[in-house]
Design a protein around this ligand. Structure first.
Ligand code: AMP
Length: 457
């Protein structure tokens, strides 16, 4: 992390420095350091930075500052022209891919805005200045639309929304985007992955042509780059390399285990290694339920989390993981992005993610904001090659560990992993040195250099 403080970002106003310090942040993370000043100059940006890098504050701080300035300008205009501003206006629009991320990002804006308000109250401001806190509206589906309509009465300075619900609210005239000055796409890659391209286009059509665009994305696949090329005007491209991230400190392990033994092994690891605040990724909603249920039977406080749960339940599960009511949440990829549970100390890939990008997002749930974290991958003979692809993409080479009592019955196909094990002074198949060779040991001795079984003679 850079040594600069927020006060060194000279274009950031004292109110905002105060607000961010009140959150306990003193030094900007690399993405904040690189993006805040550029955004405050009014430029479009295309920022690629990994999850957990402090991206939210990198756009929230300048957008809040510009919203305050925008309000002052609007007020002067209203005074000059003796007109009241239309009451469905939105200054800044932040589009996010999931409900959880909307709630989380909205929360960051709201908290910062409340600290700005404290500062404004304390300052000696003239009567003409509007000292009301900036108004933040968070809009997402899966919950009743009425409270969101009410919240939009009188407009909002900032709207944080998922695209579908936003369009519903525009259609029912609860909000107008015709004067929106700043658009933020948060997790742009995920927005497109989740099939929001059409909704996104509809939202873009509602915005004024002249506006500032801020694109944030963990990865920059072709779809994001071509959208950026269409929408961004001479953007400043900011790429925060992995080495500069605030969260490089994730220890990654791979444990070889037969699929049927995974729940038992998970339980064993949680109990013997004392893990708390664990996120376990599984492939299906059904598995989220069954694995959580089995852990509960073993007296581990575990809950499932996936898209079919009611929104209220989803919010509660995450709050309970944060507060420590649950030690383990078993989830589908729904929780792989954006969710920030401070001090989440272990991510388990019970089922491996489909892509290398998903892997980054999943393990990025641990080791947030400079903390260290641990990611464990369960791997079997059938999934070893898939994990190897993910490792290749990330330049990793994980030793396949074995845990006593959970040794897989099928050989791992990649001889390299056995070599890596031996180089680490360990027996590749977990046997104890000096022990009489077991049937498995004998079988292993028959594995040729290419990993194929060879004849004993
Ligand atoms: P984000 O990438 O926006 O989800 O942020 C990841 C985590 O970093 C969150 O827990 C933030 O509260 C925290 N964070 C953001 N900026 C800073 C900072 N400048 N100093 C310390 N923590 C930060």
């Amino acid at each position: 992390m850079t040594q600069a403080t927020f006060a060194d970002l000279t274009t950031l106003s004292p109110e905002l420095v105060q607000a961010v310090n009140a959150l306990g942040f003193n030094q900007p993370t690399p993405v904040q350091f690189a993006a805040i000043g550029t955004i405050l100059q009014g430029r479009d940006v295309l920022v690629s930075a990994q999850t957990g890098s402090g991206k939210t504050a990198a756009f929230a701080l300048p957008v809040l500052q510009m919203a305050l300035a925008g309000r002052a300008a609007q007020q002067r205009m209203a005074i000059n022209t003796a007109q009241r501003a239309p009451n469905r206006r939105v200054f800044g629009l932040v589009l996010v891919p999931t409900r959880e991320l909307a709630a989380q990002v909205g929360g960051v804006f709201r908290e910062m805005a409340s600290h700005i308000a404290e500062h404004q109250d304390a300052a000696d401001v003239g009567d003409a200045n509007d000292t009301r806190p900036l108004k933040i509206a968070t809009l997402f589906g899966g919950v009743s639309i009425n409270p969101q309509m009410m919240a939009l009465r009188g407009g909002a300075d900032i709207v944080v929304a998922t695209p579908g619900r936003l369009l519903d609210l525009v259609a029912s005239n609860a909000v107008s985007l015709s004067t929106t000055a700043v658009l933020v796409l948060d997790e742009a890659d995920r927005l497109l992955d989740l099939g929001f391209a059409d909704e996104l286009k509809s939202v873009l059509d509602l915005l004024p042509v002249r506006r500032q665009n801020l694109f944030f994305s963990a990865t920059l696949p072709d779809a994001v780059q071509s959208l950026a090329a269409q929408l961004l005007h001479e953007p400043s491209v900011i790429t925060i390399e992995a080495s500069e991230q605030t969260t490089p400190d994730i220890r990654q392990r791979a444990i070889a285990v037969d699929p049927v033994q995974r729940t038992q092994l998970l339980r064993h690891l949680i109990q013997t290694e004392g893990h708390k605040r664990v996120l376990v990724f599984v492939a299906t909603k059904f598995a989220a339920h069954t694995v959580a249920e089995k852990l509960r039977k073993a007296k581990i406080a575990a809950a499932p989390f996936h898209a079919d749960l009611a929104q209220g339940t989803r919010t509660q599960v995450l709050a309970d993981l944060k507060s420590g009511k649950w030690d383990v949440v078993v989830t589908t990829d729904l929780a792989s992005r954006g969710i920030d549970v401070t001090a989440l100390n272990l991510v388990v890939n019970y089922d491996l993610p489909r892509s290398a990008d998903d892997y980054t997002h999943r393990i990025g749930r641990t080791a947030r904001a400079g903390a260290s974290g641990l990611a464990i991958n369960f791997v079997s003979a059938d999934t070893d090659a898939h994990l190897r692809l993910i490792e290749n993409r990330h330049g990793l080479s994980l030793v396949r560990e074995q845990i006593a009592g959970f040794e897989p019955t099928q050989l791992m196909p990649n001889p390299h992993h056995n070599e890596a094990f031996q180089a680490a002074g360990l027996d590749p198949m977990g046997g104890i040195k000096g022990k009489r060779p077991s049937k498995k040991d004998k079988l292993r001795a028959q594995v040729g250099a290419d990993g194929q079984l060879v004849s004993p003679d």
